[in-house]
Write a protein that binds this ligand. Structure first.
Ligand SMILES: [Zn+2]
Length: 492
């Protein structure tokens, strides 16, 4: 039986209040939470549901007054058959990307990241293409850093991916011919706004090489936004299926579905499978079942359809932002211990030589300082911690690469970027790996940094600054005066 809780009614209704508190307690107690999200979680950021947005359609209408396209047509794979609908699609997506670039992740995105920081997030799956999760620090499946090589057909790093982007990513472009992928730059955006498609550099390079050796020329592919259209296979479909089966076998204890109307076939299937696994963990003895906290929760303004009875345990009718704020508040009261161990490591930009015990590379962009440092021979006990898109977890043996490698590497051509850009995870040679124990051997000045006052948040981290080194203009050109990394220190 599905229980509906009207979020707004909690003020007047004590049973609703109690039930909502129970849900908060479940979040606080569960350890392997799967989160599934849709457009509703990005509404507060001002991003409209792009499949049903009137605002964006009217913008496109201004540019193409004679074109009649229904919403679905604008996102159907067949649009590429017609040059006009292709042009409209490019313009529409470019305008949508501009509004996304100007917006910020909302409370629900930060909540998902919080679950990850608190080691509760098994995985996040989203239908959204806005990439806000990445901006809170969760590595997305479409990200360049998630892939083992730059091509569309590549494998993805299952373990590192925290957010599975079921419908692709608006911040990336893909070649329609060779599937090479790139970050969407201002140059691409300018072309798309005009309804045009930029040429694929990889195809171009290959074509030029053939001309040089007088071979038959090949067609140069054009770039398109790397989002998944209706009736189009996901380029990473196999990888996503692998991630999903891995997550199912890890037995998630809670499923939170937020801001989606649950109407897309693939998503329905995914939700049903996760719900089944969560329910399969319920203890059979009634006494134990009463204490069992595992739940399938659906948070959305509108109720789910009748088919979800028996699959969803609770429908919280309301805004996802309001719900996650209540959960966080309750969680802090219910389990204060979860919030005491949080410490913050603060490094000022360029301040990379903290008494030589370990180093924090604040930003790959702070080149001048870094280059100077590369001349210094690394000491045996030194750690050069590369920037991570996710909060740095101290105490986890991190694979580190010498600072010289980061600092002295010039921006690479996109086709070559993969090899050098990913080495700080698993590919560096064993001799270059070092284990880092957080407290051992830290000098007082460094400890002071570890126990600096709790930062207000790490919202400022822009993973695109890190992931897309060659972007001519990052979504938000922010000066990086200070980089904050959240560090988890195990209670002793
Ligand atoms: Zn190509």
């Amino acid at each position: 039986m599905m229980i509906t809780l009207d979020f707004a009614a909690q003020k007047s209704d004590s049973s609703t209040r109690r039930a909502l508190s129970d849900l908060s307690l479940s979040v606080a107690k569960c350890k392997k939470i799967v989160v599934v999200t849709g457009a509703g979680i990005s509404c507060s950021s001002g991003i409209p549901d792009f499949r049903s947005s009137d605002g964006l359609y009217s913008l496109v209408k201004e540019k193409y007054p004679d074109v009649v396209l229904k919403g679905r047509d604008l996102f159907d794979a067949s649009l590429f058959r017609d040059p006009t609908s292709t042009a409209v699609f490019h313009t529409f997506i470019a305008q949508l990307k501009q509004s996304i670039d100007a917006a910020e992740p909302g409370p629900t995105h930060h909540f998902i990241q919080l679950l990850d920081t608190k080691k509760k997030l098994l995985r996040s799956y989203t239908q959204n293409i806005d990439g806000f999760e990445a901006r809170t620090g969760l590595l997305g499946s479409a990200s360049h850093d998630a892939q083992t090589n730059g091509k569309g057909k590549s494998k993805i790093r299952t373990k590192e991916v925290r957010n599975v982007q079921l419908h692709g990513d608006i911040h990336r472009v893909r070649c329609r011919s060779c599937s090479a992928e790139y970050p969407c730059t201002q140059h691409h955006l300018d072309s798309f706004l005009e309804g045009l498609a930029p040429e694929c550099p990889e195809c171009l390079e290959r074509a030029e090489a053939r001309i040089a050796r007088s071979a038959r020329t090949i067609k140069v592919g054009s770039l398109r936004p790397a989002i998944v259209l209706y009736d189009e296979p996901h380029p990473l479909g196999d990888d996503i299926a692998t991630i999903q089966s891995a997550d199912l076998s890890r037995k998630p204890d809670m499923l939170i579905i937020m801001g989606t109307s649950l109407k897309v076939h693939g998503l329905k299937k995914l939700v049903k499978e996760f719900a089944k696994t969560v329910h399969s963990l319920a203890p059979s003895s009634p006494a134990k079942a009463k204490k069992w906290v595992g739940k399938v929760v659906f948070v959305n303004r509108t109720p789910p359809g009748a088919e979800w009875a028996g699959i969803i345990d609770y429908h919280v009718a309301g805004e996802t932002d309001a719900w996650v704020e209540k959960v966080t508040e309750d969680w802090k009261k219910m389990r204060p211990v979860d919030w005491e161990v949080q410490q913050t490591l603060v490094a000022t930009d360029g301040d990379v030589s903290m008494n030589g015990t370990f180093k924090v590379v604040a930003s790959t962009k702070s080149k001048t300082k870094d280059t100077k440092d590369t001349k210094k021979k690394p000491r045996k006990d030194e750690e050069n911690v590369p920037p991570l898109p996710t909060p740095m977890v101290l105490g986890t043996p991190n694979v580190i690469l010498p600072l010289s490698k980061i600092a002295s590497t010039p921006p690479l051509s996109p086709s070559k970027r993969r090899q050098t850009n990913s080495h700080y995870t698993v590919e560096s040679s064993p001799s270059k790996r070092r284990t880092f124990s957080p407290m051992k051997g830290l000098e007082d000045s460094v400890r002071g940094l570890l126990f600096a006052p709790q930062a207000a948040g790490h919202d400022g981290d822009d993973p695109f600054d890190i992931a897309d080194l060659s972007m001519s203009s990052p979504p938000k050109a922010k000066p990086p005066p200070k980089t904050r990394r959240t560090a988890r220190v195990a209670p002793s």
